[in-house]
Structure formats: structure tokens, C-alpha cells
Design a protein around this ligand. Structure first.
Ligand code: SF4
Ligand code: SF4
Length: 189
């Protein structure tokens, strides 16, 4: 539905809610972000496409997309973006907007985000083997067979671990995460 003349457009609201969000207007549509994104193949719209949809004020389509929920906040796209657009932060803004509209509970991919956060809280880092296994078993059990060869090769080359590894100074990270949660709670009040 088009925005009324007096109401900021969807694009303007997304840009205003994101630090540095005004740079979205400089997006070149180069696709570097989507090509770098580890979750890209599972997204129904890559960051490049999603941002084109934001610029076109396609609010319903953008807030229904699974892309922000599959973003694991690795920041790789931001490091590579030639325009230094805060892609990861924009993903957070879109998630917040979807939650505000009550759309998140309809999306099965929320558990992907929760699993990622759970591993970071417990071990201080992501656990790719656990994340991928849980995701595929829940959503695409048949694709486990197709991907098993790749997984086995990565295991052989030491690029994948079957057990999560805890970082050395976990108490320090836990204190930082706890402080961050307190700040977030205070900002909500
Ligand atoms: S990498 Fe940056 S400039 Fe290129 S499409 Fe993605 S957001 Fe736009
Ligand atoms: S921060 Fe999110 S969108 Fe960017 S590359 Fe990582 S998973 Fe993809």
C-alpha cells in the first residue's frame, strides 16, 4: 500500500531508524553483499534485492522476507560494501519493524537467529556444524543428504568442527552480553 503524502515513506523510516541508514540511497546494486553472504542461498531476497525493494517502498514484501531472519550478523557484507552501507544494522531495523507488526512469529526462521545467539551466549562464538544441522533437519531434511558430501570434505580438511569450542575468556564475554542486555532493557522502558 503506498504511503500517504504526510507520512514518511517506508524507505525514509528504515533509513531514519538505522545509524548511517541514509547511505542506503547510494547503493550501487552491485550485489557484492549477496555474493558474500553465507546465508544468501537460503534468503528469498539477497541484501541487494531487499534494499531495492526498500527503495521502492515495498513494505509488505520486505517485512515478509526471510532475509533479515537468516542474517547471522557476520558483518562480512559491510566490510566488502563499496559504499560502506550499514547492511547488518539495516537487517536489524527490518527485524525490529517486522516484530513491531507481529510478523516474526509467523516466520519459521526465527529459530535460526535464536540458535546462533544461544551458541554465542554459551560458547562465545558460532557453531556452524550445529547451526547447519539443526536448520536443515528442521526445514530441509532432504537437503541434508545433498550437503553431506560437502560437510564431510570440510571435516576432513579441518574447516568444520563437530564440537563447539568455547572461547578462553567466556566470563568476560558473558559480563559484556549481560551489560548489553541491561542497556537494551533500559532503552525499551
Ligand atoms: S554491496 Fe553495498 S552497494 Fe553493493 S548492492 Fe550491497 S549494499 Fe548495495
Ligand atoms: S551480516 Fe548478514 S547479510 Fe551481511 S553477510 Fe553476514 S549474514 Fe549476510
Amino acid at each position: 500500500m503506498p504511503d500517504s503524502p504526510t507520512k514518511p515513506s517506508f524507505y525514509e523510516r528504515v533509513a531514519a531508524a538505522t545509524p548511517g541508514g541514509e547511505t542506503l540511497a547510494t547503493c550501487l546494486q552491485c550485489g557484492t553483499c549477496g555474493g558474500s553472504c553465507p546465508s544468501g542461498p537460503e534468503m528469498d531476497a539477497t541484501p541487494r534485492k531487499l534494499f531495492a525493494m526498500v527503495m521502492a517502498n515495498m513494505e509488505d514484501e520486505v517485512l515478509s522476507s526471510n532475509a533479515p531472519w537468516l542474517c547471522v550478523s557476520c558483518y562480512y557484507c559491510m566490510v566488502r560494501c563499496p559504499q560502506q552501507i550499514p547492511i547488518t544494522d539495516l537487517m536489524y531495523t527490518l527485524k525490529e519493524m517486522a516484530i513491531a507488526q507481529g510478523r516474526y512469529h509467523k516466520d519459521a526462521y526465527v529459530d535460526w537467529s535464536n540458535s546462533f545467539v544461544g551458541y554465542v551466549e554459551q560458547y562465545g562464538r558460532s557453531f556452524e556444524f550445529g547451526l547447519a544441522t539443526r536448520y536443515h533437519l528442521t526445514h530441509h531434511p532432504l537437503s541434508m543428504v545433498r550437503k553431506s558430501g560437502l560437510g564431510f570434505e570440510m571435516l576432513q580438511k579441518g574447516r568444520l568442527s563437530v564440537q563447539p569450542e568455547r572461547i578462553r575468556n567466556m566470563p568476560q564475554l558473558s559480563a559484556i552480553l549481560s551489560e548489553a542486555k541491561q542497556i537494551a532493557l533500559q532503552e525499551e522502558v
